[in-house]
Design a protein around this ligand. Structure first.
Ligand code: SF4
Ligand code: SF4
Length: 388
């Protein structure tokens, strides 16, 4: 494993972090397969991963309530001696905070779920512009000051999917921030805060953590032939996961990349890659840029399947509608995607069930106008398979 210093925290972190939002499950999202997930965590820790990320809602049924991921980690660390070796990170559900005392209520609940006296890194989760203004008005900085001085929290930061101007504004308002987590991959250099955000984090010596390194799996699944041909032209042959992760680890403004791992094979593969020094040549960097340009010509929309917009109050399966539309564009095989669209998504969950109420829009981490995107999906697939 290769380690980096996490900005001004001074912590030495494995450059691969274990994200626990996509642990293996049994019957539903809240039903974690604890036996398998424990094996994966133990393998990761014993092979050098020393930072684990969770959040209040991860592995909840409704995606926003109190999730099972924190509870599982609490039970996991109770059964072994790893807790003090691990940098444990979780996040405050800022969207659910209505008054200042709610910050403390959530922090205390999270400490209880995690069965620990302290959280190494505590983040404000997925700050958007509205939540940022709300928490500032609720004196979030007083709460963070108290959480730090009480010892319940060792370091504080935030995660966000917003534009770089806002990220800089947030950073500049509170000198005690030590880390931030933003989205970056070779398709997203100038999307959300992108490389300008990671550059700024480096400039102010904050720890730079990355989410969505594989863009919701899009960079490693269903690779178009044009992209495969480009990868074949590279000086060094790499798998799609190697390209995506090594691109990030070749940047000096990236300290830690979180991967939400679901299988033991993913854990082993990611650790193998994270333990390999791989300097990408200028020629191969140009190949990456060409691959990004090629992908951008295919995409139907920017959905990363994060699930924050679900459930739709009118039953629309937003994620799979947008995904099938994207796959249809990437693979340029509308008939195959239409078969999936009409067979996998129920009649009353397809795009034509959207009533354009717009309730989902504020939840989209990718700032998509979801009803507009669903209208495109409807116009593309229609309402009957015989359309194809
Ligand atoms: S706009 Fe459409 S998808 Fe969004 S919440 Fe309303 S009905 Fe559901
Ligand atoms: S539409 Fe937005 S919030 Fe919903 S899954 Fe896609 S990216 Fe996430």
């Amino acid at each position: 494993m290769i380690y980096n210093t996490l900005g001004k925290t001074g912590l030495e972190v494995s450059r691969l972090g274990f994200g626990t939002m996509r642990l293996p499950t049994k019957t539903n999202n809240a039903d974690i397969n604890k036996e398998e997930a424990s094996k994966m965590l133990t393998y990761a820790i014993e092979n050098g991963v020393n930072i684990i990320d969770t959040a209040y809602p991860y592995h909840s049924e409704g995606l926003e309530g109190s999730g099972e991921s924190e509870r599982f980690l609490g039970e996991y660390f109770k059964e072994n001696s790893y807790r003090d070796e691990i940098i444990l990170q979780t996040k405050s559900p800022v969207w659910a905070v209505e008054k200042k005392s709610d910050f403390d209520m959530f922090l205390d609940e999270q400490l209880e779920k995690l069965q620990t006296d302290y959280i190494d890194i505590y983040m404000l989760h997925s700050l958007n512009v509205a939540d940022w203004e709300k928490v500032r008005d609720l004196n979030v900085f007083d709460f963070l000051d108290d959480a730090l001085s009480s010892g319940k929290v060792k370091h504080v930061g935030f995660s966000s999917h917003i534009e770089v101007d806002y990220v800089i504004e947030i950073i500049d308002e509170y000198p005690k921030w030590e880390v931030a987590m933003t989205q970056l991959n070779y398709l997203d250099e100038y999307y959300q805060s992108g490389v300008m955000g990671t550059n700024y984090l480096k400039q102010v010596n904050m720890g730079s953590m990355i989410m969505e390194p594989l863009r919701g799996g899009r960079l490693v699944n269903n690779i178009p032939d044009e992209v495969k041909e480009l990868w074949d032209m590279a000086e060094v042959k790499r798998t799609p996961v190697e390209w995506a992760l090594q691109y990030l680890w070749n940047r000096d403004d990236v300290d830690c990349v979180f991967s939400g791992m679901t299988t033991m094979d993913q854990v082993k593969d990611n650790i193998r890659i994270a333990s390999t020094e791989d300097v990408i040549s200028d020629y191969d960097k140009e190949i990456i840029r060409e691959v990004a340009r090629t992908y951008r010509t295919f995409l139907g929309n920017d959905c990363t399947r994060c699930g924050y917009c679900m459930p739709c109050p009118h039953g629309v399966d937003i994620i799979n509608c947008l995904t099938e539309y994207n796959i249809a564009h990437m693979m340029r095989d509308p008939k195959a995607s239409a078969m999936q669209y009409f067979s996998l998504i129920d009649d009353d969950s397809r795009a034509d069930s959207c009533v354009q109420c717009e309730e989902c829009i504020p939840f989209c981490t990718q700032m998509l106008n979801i009803p507009e995107e669903l209208q495109k999906v409807y116009e593309y697939f229609g309402s009957e398979f015989d359309h194809f």
